[in-house]
Design a protein around this ligand. Structure first.
Ligand code: ZN
Length: 158
């Protein structure tokens, strides 16, 4: 995988690859504004570090190492636009469809006089569907960043 480095300051000022898709190298079909969040690599906790205080310390360290940059006019090719649209549409349908299924099962159970065991299927299935919507949401999302060095952000071309 080829890597391309952009400084966080340059991205925040709109200094992004102007007319070429970073992921595919194809001409940009659309430009979008979004927020890039780094993914800090954290040390795995030891067996004795699983208490509440060490968890809070790790969360604090994660917050200090996290870099958030607003990217303006980021170029997307037609393929990226289609992937993004399909991923976000699928995630939306799965999430809201799952919630409607759960709500329907709950309302049905409340409205019925006796126990209805098969309602666990739309209830559990809807819950799983809503939770699984994270998958297509991530698939349709924009670039991910590995651990950024200080004052500089490395942008991985996907
Ligand atoms: Zn692309």
């Amino acid at each position: 995988m080829e890597m391309m480095e952009l400084s966080a300051a340059a991205v925040a000022q709109g200094d992004v690859p102007g007319s070429v898709c970073v992921r595919h190298g194809r001409p940009a079909a659309r430009h979008v504004d979004f927020v890039i969040k780094s993914r800090p690599v954290m040390r795995r906790p030891g067996a004795l570090e699983t208490n509440l205080l060490s968890m809070a310390a790790r969360m604090g360290e994660y917050g200090r190492r996290l870099v958030v940059v607003r990217a303006k006019r980021w170029p997307l090719c037609d393929r990226c636009v289609r992937i993004r649209f399909a991923g976000l549409l699928l995630a939306t349908v799965m999430f809201w469809g799952g919630l409607v299924s759960v709500a329907t099962a709950v309302v049905w159970r409340v409205a019925s006089d006796s126990s209805v065991p098969w309602l666990m299927v739309p209830f559990g299935g809807g819950l799983l569907l809503a939770l699984a919507s994270v998958g297509p949401f991530v698939w349709g999302s924009l670039p991910r960043l590995p651990e950024p060095p200080p004052l500089k952000t490395a942008c991985r071309s996907l």
